[in-house]
Design a protein around this ligand. Structure first.
Ligand SMILES: [Cu+2]
Length: 635
């Protein structure tokens, strides 16, 4: 099997990267690897690459030194076995790591001051306690510690060893810690609202309920196997082809998406991923005011990815793909079954009942690439779906355990959350996701059009005021890059190739159907908004640059200002008939519900990319009828 320049790093390549850096830079034990990933070759090089060409392999590593808290980026040439560059990046903080998450928990649970403060509250069994570190905005950090790798911690207390960890927050007690040294800097003991009696268990055992008994088996069977192939990292299914990647930060990456249109392989996207997630808690109280998570930039969807299990997470004929990542010593490890590949039946593709001929119907199915990430209390389930009619859907489901807090019985619950149980509320919050969509519609010279629908005025030609027309406006340069959803005009956006025409003479395009668009509801000069102004608009479009990957900046951890989107668009590059990247901001405006407690049924948001004049007619006209259960076919 031949290799491809976009293949993720292998275990030996992670090991080699760490070894080369240790050897040539002379790293001692005070250094930690925040991240190691494939340094993707420039897009134009990849597009020019052909089977049999040399496969360039470079790794990009981000390290920091715990002794002086300084950050460096190292580029290693894996073919030449040497360091290509070693660069100090001043004033930044690399993302927090799972190693530190475990170390802070262990150190704080063993700290005499923490033990004493918990004992005052009647909590003496430390095996039932978890101390969870969060990173936070520099503007919210105490001034004297702003040059440190600083964490603040929630403290949670399980009712029993098997109980729900997140059911019993220790309210009003927070720990501020230097994460490099695990030094406790401050123990903030603000208030104690106690441990209300809540009905919070969900695990079989502690949950004392009876399971419903009226579910009969539902099997998904493909007796002849699946209809897709995965060879190396290349996935092929019906007319679709794409390459799968994976890294510590974005988790799954979908590269080089193309569609075979009657023998012509046509480009749709070069690269698609989720590039940032911002989760501000909209509750100003002591327990929550620091709680704004950048789950991708501060922790990494890849690092948070969990193994999937057949029959549980995915049903039917499944092919799994493992992912390889590394710990802070640079030692690789494998996440078994990190990505699930399968096809799903999805009801009807198209149908008509002709009263003369009867019904003509086709069932549809979709190719699903999915992945689950557990970010402390929350789960994010990510699904990229490819359809027989040329549609692409990106769906995110949020499930898991909401953050809750007890409130003071005398003052009552605050207005910034929903009461979900005895003297317990779940604060409102938002989950903003930023998808990076490097679409290449029939090549990489594209223009983004904003399309509005509007009613024509009543006139002699439009006597009843029924006429609706559309108006397409090109986004000509980056100064006009930030666009907002408009319900009144049913606004959408199209990435158009102005150099090609379809059968009827219009230009092929893919349309972004904006759903789950949510507003930031933050004043523009507030600290959390300044860190990620990308969440202030539904859509952004930028001219492609290989290094423009992180819309809240490469280092959003402890950031004060955005080093991403607002910087990229500041030079106002022209955007017409060039390589454009579309950024879609969507998410969940989570007004918490009692039904989300004690564990939240998955909340689902998605957006679609749909062909618009890309094909000359319904591309799924050739999908064959399915066999009918009664014999014959579904005609
Ligand atoms: Cu939520």
């Amino acid at each position: 099997m031949s290799r491809h320049p976009l293949e993720p790093l292998t275990e030996p390549e992670f090991t080699q990267t760490a070894a080369v850096l240790r050897r040539e830079v002379g790293l001692d034990r005070s250094w930690r690897f925040a991240s190691i990933e494939l340094r993707e070759p420039p897009k134009l090089d990849v597009l020019a690459w052909r089977e049999g060409d040399p496969v360039p392999r470079q790794a990009l590593a981000v390290l920091w030194n715990r002794d002086d808290n300084q950050t460096y980026e190292g580029v290693v040439d894996l073919t030449e076995d040497r360091v290509d560059s070693w660069t100090h990046i001043p004033g930044v903080t690399p993302h927090f790591t799972t190693d530190e998450y475990a170390e802070v928990d262990a150190a704080m649970r063993a700290h005499p001051d923490v033990i004493a403060a918990l004992a005052e509250r009647g909590i003496t069994d430390l095996s039932l306690v978890a101390i969870e570190v969060w990173t936070y905005a520099k503007a919210l950090m105490p001034e004297q510690w702003r040059d440190r790798r600083l964490g603040w911690c929630d403290i949670w207390y399980r009712a029993t060893p098997e109980g729900n960890l997140y059911a019993h927050p220790v309210s009003g007690l927070k720990v501020v810690v230097d994460v490099n040294t695990c030094e406790l800097l401050a123990l903030e003991n603000d208030h104690d609202h106690g441990q209300p009696e809540v009905d919070a268990e969900y695990v079989v055992g502690p949950w004392a309920g009876q399971h419903r008994t009226d579910r009969k088996p539902l099997d998904i069977v493909q007796p002849e196997g699946v209809s897709f192939t995965i060879e190396g990292t290349e996935l092929r299914w019906q007319n679709w082809s794409m390459r799968l990647g994976f890294n510590y930060r974005e988790g799954p990456v979908i590269y080089q998406v193309a569609y075979d249109d009657h023998g012509t392989k046509r480009d749709i996207a070069y690269r698609m991923s989720l590039a940032e997630m911002v989760v501000p808690y909209r509750d100003a109280s002591f327990d929550h005011y620091r709680r704004t998570a950048f789950d991708i930039g501060e922790w990494g969807l890849g690092f948070m990815t969990t193994s999937l299990e057949l029959g549980c997470d995915c049903l039917g004929e499944i092919r799994y793909v493992d992912a390889v990542l590394h710990d802070t010593t640079g030692t690789p490890y494998t996440i078994k079954n990190a990505i699930c590949l399968h096809e799903e039946d999805n009801a009807v593709l198209w149908k008509h009942v002709d009263h003369h001929h009867g019904a003509e119907v086709r069932r549809t199915r979709r190719m699903v690439v999915s992945c689950h990430a557990t970010v402390a209390n929350y789960e994010y389930l990510l699904y990229w779906r490819f359809y027989e009619d040329g549609n692409i859907e990106c769906e995110v489901r949020a499930t898991g355990l909401m953050v809750t807090t007890p409130y003071d019985a005398e003052t009552g619950p605050p207005p910034t959350g929903t009461v979900v149980d005895e003297r317990t509320y779940a604060p409102f919050h938002q989950h903003f996701l930023v998808a990076r969509l490097d679409l290449d519609v029939d090549g990489n010279e594209n223009t983004m059009m904003e399309v509005d629908s509007m009613a024509s005025p009543v006139s002699p030609e439009n006597a009843y005021g029924l006429a609706v027309v559309t108006q397409a406006t090109p986004v000509t340069s980056e100064s006009a890059s930030a666009r907002d959803f408009n319900w009144a005009t049913q606004r959408s956006w199209k990435v158009v190739n102005p150099n090609r025409t379809n059968k009827v003479g219009t230009h092929p395009a893919y349309k972004l159907v904006p759903s789950a668009s949510i507003p930031p509801m933050m004043e523009p000069d507030t600290p959390q908004f300044l860190r990620a102004p990308v969440i202030g608009h539904s859509v952004w479009v930028t001219r492609h640059h290989d290094d423009e990957r992180w819309p809240a900046g490469a280092y959003p951890t402890q950031s004060e200002h955005d080093e991403g989107m607002s910087r990229w668009v500041a030079d106002d590059e022209p955007l017409e008939n060039t390589d454009v990247v579309l950024w879609y901001v969507f998410g969940i405006h989570h007004i918490t519900r009692i039904e989300d407690w004690p564990i939240m049924p998955a909340d689902t948001v998605s957006f679609w990319l749909k062909p618009f004049g890309f094909f000359d007619q319904n591309p799924s006209i050739d999908v064959a009828p399915s066999p009918a259960a009664e014999g014959g076919h579904c005609h």
